[in-house]
Design a protein around this ligand. Structure first.
Ligand code: URA
Length: 232
C-alpha cells in the first residue's frame, strides 16, 4: 500500500470490497480515522493512522511474496487441460497471485510468486538486466568451442539480434551452469539447440540476488525475506 492513500481504497484493499461498496460503508459512517468518523471517500490515510471499521481496527492488506521450488509437470501460469498450475502449490489467498517470470512446464526450480504487479514488473523488465542462473543437463557432450559460442552470444532461430554474452561454467561433459541476463522465449533450450545440443533437464537456481533455498524440496515454498523482496 502506498501512502497517503484514499480511505475508500484503503477499505477496499483491507476488507476485499469493491471500491463502490467501500464508499457506501464510509457514507454509512462506519469508518473512523484516529477516532473521528470520516464521510468523505477521498480523505487521505497515512501509514501511521489508525483506521476502524465498525469499531474494529483494520490493517492494510499487504502484498505477499514467495519463492517456490517448481516441480516438473506444473505450469507457471493458469492450469490448462493436462497440467496443474504451480500457483496451486501455494496457500490459498484472497489476493490474486501470479508468477514473476515464467518457467516451461518441464523446467524445475526457482519461481517467484507474488500479488504485487509492480514488483513482478521490476523482476521481469528487460531493462532490469538481472542475471538468471540455470543448471542445464545436456543430451550430448559439449565442446569448448560450443561453450565459447554460448559465452559470446549467438543467433537464435527466427531472431534478428544475437543473445547477450552469457557466463558458462562446465561441471561435467553434459552438465553446465548458464547465467543469462535476458529472458527470451525458451531461451536456454534455444541457445543449446543453436550449438547443436538438446536440453534434457533445466533447473533455475537464481534470479538477480535471490537464490533458490536449498532447504526447499520440489513443490515446497517459503515467503521471501524483506531483504529478498527489496532486491527488486
Ligand atoms: N529457458 C528455457 O528454455 N526454458 C525455461 O523454462 C527457462 C529458460
Amino acid at each position: 500500500m502506498k501512502y497517503p492513500c484514499r480511505i475508500d481504497k484503503f477499505i477496499s484493499k483491507a476488507v476485499g470490497l469493491p471500491r463502490s461498496e467501500a464508499k457506501k460503508v464510509i457514507k454509512a459512517q462506519r469508518v473512523q480515522i484516529n477516532q473521528s468518523i470520516v464521510t468523505n471517500a477521498q480523505t487521505a490515510v497515512q501509514a501511521s493512522d489508525q483506521v476502524l471499521l465498525d469499531q474494529q481496527p483494520l490493517m492494510a492488506q499487504q502484498h505477499v511474496y514467495y519463492m517456490l521450488n517448481k516441480p516438473q509437470g506444473y505450469l507457471s501460469t493458469e492450469a490448462e487441460a493436462n497440467y496443474p498450475s504451480a500457483l496451486s502449490l501455494l496457500p490459498n489467498s484472497p489476493l490474486q497471485l501470479h508468477a514473476a517470470g515464467r518457467l516451461d512446464v518441464d523446467t524445475t526450480g526457482l519461481l517467484l510468486v507474488t500479488s504485487d504487479g509492480q514488483w513482478s514488473h521490476r523482476v521481469t523488465s528487460p531493462r532490469a538486466d538481472k542475471v538468471k542462473q540455470y543448471r542445464v543437463s545436456l543430451a550430448d557432450p559439449i565442446t569448448e568451442a560450443e561453450l565459447q559460442l554460448l559465452r559470446d552470444g549467438l543467433m537464435l532461430r527466427g531472431e534478428q539480434k544475437p543473445t547477450k554474452p552469457a557466463e558458462v561454467e562446465q561441471l561435467d561433459e553434459r552438465l553446465i551452469v548458464l547465467r543469462i541476463s535476458e529472458g527470451r522465449y525458451h531461451q536456454v533450450k534455444r541457445m543449446c539447440a543453436a550449438v547443436g545440443n538438446k536440453v534434457l533437464a533445466l533447473h533455475r537456481e537464481q534470479i538477480g540476488d535471490i537464490h533458490l533455498d536449498s532447504q526447499l524440496a520440489a513443490g515446497e515454498y517459503r515467503p521471501l525475506s524483506p531483504q529478498e523482496i527489496s532486491c527488486f
